[in-house]
Design a protein around this ligand. Sequence first.
Ligand code: ATP
Ligand code: MG
Length: 454
Amino acid sequence: MEHLDDQERQEVWDTIKDALFNDYIDQFRAEFLELHPYDQAMIFEGLDVDVRMQIYTYLSPEEVADFMEHIDYEEIEPFFSEMDPRFAAQVFAEMSTDDAVDIFNELDKDKVASFLTIMDKEAAQEIKDLLHYEEKTAGSIMTTEFVIVEAGMSIREAMLHLRKEAPDAETIYYTYVIDEDKRLVGVISLRDLIISEDDWLISDVMNERVVSVSVAEDQEEVARMVRDYDFLALPVVDFQNHLLGIITVDDIMDVMEEEASDDYSKLAGISDVDSPDENAFDSAKKRLPWLVILLFLGSITASLIGRFEETLDKVAILAIFIPLIAGMAGNTGTQALAVAVRGIATGEIDKQGKTKMMLREAGTGVITGISCGVLITLVVYFWQGNFFLGLLVGLSILSTLIVATLAGSLVPLIMHRFNIDPAVASGPFITTINDIISILIYFGMATAFMNLLI
Ligand code: ATP
Ligand code: MG
């Protein structure tokens, strides 16, 4: 079924609501189950609680599990709380293990424990195993539903095995090959299996150079590898190369979205992206701590200007260029910051080398500095009729642009070096730091060359 547009969804919604209202269970099942689980989830989320309760009696745990996987994990808790616990446990057991684990991570510990006790033993064990892994590592996003064969099997045996395992596997496109010690020794794609002769051995056709990730690997790094190698799934192994799970490309897409919005909100100095349905108080609570810190940093700038009071008294005209110089420092710093954070996030910088990038940024600072410096010197000269004032502002812009560009790229690099997520070197911080630097340069030079200005 195609992705529904709003009007189609409205129409389907109306028939479905109609069926629910009249208790036409067969009609409801026929209409609802024909939809893609994503569209089912969208419709389900918009229903009132009493209608949802009705749906839990109309559908099997497996049918509910199918669309629950498409609901935002942070908003899913109420649905599982309102279900009969036994039914909820069955739904969890029917979900992909990795999705069930993601949801369990959002629920409180007592609830998790009680679901695990009433759940099917085997499913509960699989979930428990995955719950141990640290958040945002390969282990926490992998799933244990993969297909394995042994190297000594014939293609015929392997195909029979695959057929048996296929209904529950997360992907059947890759079959992983293990040895007697359960170590990962090869991989074979469905295409390779299909085009091979029945009596060939797996070991003859398998690919022995398996790319894998370690369970403890950061999920961002895993995402990068999936992107670079273009596989539909990557195997996850422990330090002895035992196959523990697989990570499929659909989970990687969620990771990339999560990391991108994380990085973005940190850049703006917000700890978590404000979701549209959040109220003003919640949003304010997240932003206020950062604003208060920045307020104090801003006062440093203010007190710096105060220290140059004497200089300002003698040449009052200096004041009108403060916003210009500080603003330019902030602008160029933010540009350099964006480039650096992006380079770090995509891994480009590690490949290219940090020195090379710093040299390039310094070069950029010099070129933009000279251009803007000359331009503003002329503007100030013709506007104020004071050549030295023009030169002072021009030189300040030149040095400020060089230093601010370097600061914009150096700060995230240093943070990266100390394993702090560079995206926390938020734009506002760079701007404030650059304000301070630029004010020091501007007034420092003005004080030094005071006699030329008067
Ligand atoms: P092709 O790209 O040639 O059309 P394909 O579409 O059948 O191949 P791909 O998903 O592109 O399959 O995978 C290409 C090859 O990579 C397959 O032969 C598969 O066995 C192999 N492969 C899959 N996963 C891994 C892995 N983790 N490490 C190394 N090789 C792998
Ligand atoms: Mg391919």
